[in-house]
Design a protein around this ligand. Sequence first.
Ligand code: PDD
Length: 287
Amino acid sequence: MPRIAYVNGRYVRHSDATVHIEDRGYQFADGVYEVCEVRHGVIVDLTRHLDRLNRSLGELRIAWPMTRPALILVIRETLRRNHVRNGLFYLQVTRGVARRDHVFPPAGTPSSIVVTAKSTDQSAIAKKNANGIKAITVRDNRWDRVDIKSVGLLPNAMARQQAKEAGAQEAIYIDQNGMVKEGAATNVWIVDHDGNLVTRPAEHGILRGITRTTLKDVAAKLGVTIVERFFSVEEMMKAREVFITAATSICFPVVSIDGETVANGHPGSMSQKIREAFFDVAEKTAI
Ligand code: PDD
């Protein structure tokens, strides 16, 4: 069964899907994206993902490519055509196609839109949850608007590659004061010695992850306190638990950082409880 992508108004075979060479996403990384989980045949937290898309587009003054209800129809149809029950959809909106010029194209230039969908390997995810993952720390070398979910991900790709070459799966960004920011494609959490869930405030140099936001609802249900504050690398290394969150993985326990064992080297009970409670709490939209 061939994969199908939605590209600027048409459903096409994934292998034949193309965008124009002067698309501003291609030339200037002038675009934004969302990744949203699909589990047990429903879309998870769609409203929050589309609200964040709206914010990202607004911050960069990129026009919606179509109305929000129309986009939801396209997302559903793309998922249906790809028979996704457990996986994700990816959507990308760019400022459109125009002769190369740094300034914005003329008003009325249509935004470009691509939606893809794929099933994910559930056994690989289960393995990471059972064993935990390894991370490295890296200096943050990104621009200061990482609150916008822009497709300009070269520093993130470099950091992930660095992690891979060190035998790890995630790179954790550290600010100039030695405080933890977030992962290359995840938010970072610790369980401190009072049993609180701690994560960096989203106003300061990180992306406001949707999983991060929904985790607040999960914590309320579990009766766990969330504290949004800065925490240092030293505190993270001594934390009871460390885990990372993203729409693609809910939460993966971290058991090693920079080659040193953290959290006794075993996945903790808090990340497991959160993972188990997450789906019930999250918003579910039928495909
Ligand atoms: N990344 N921080 C960064 C830098 C991210 O790229 C992501 C998501 C997150 C977590 O956000 P959310 O919970 O909304 O997925 C935090 C996606 C999955 C990606 O780039 O593939």
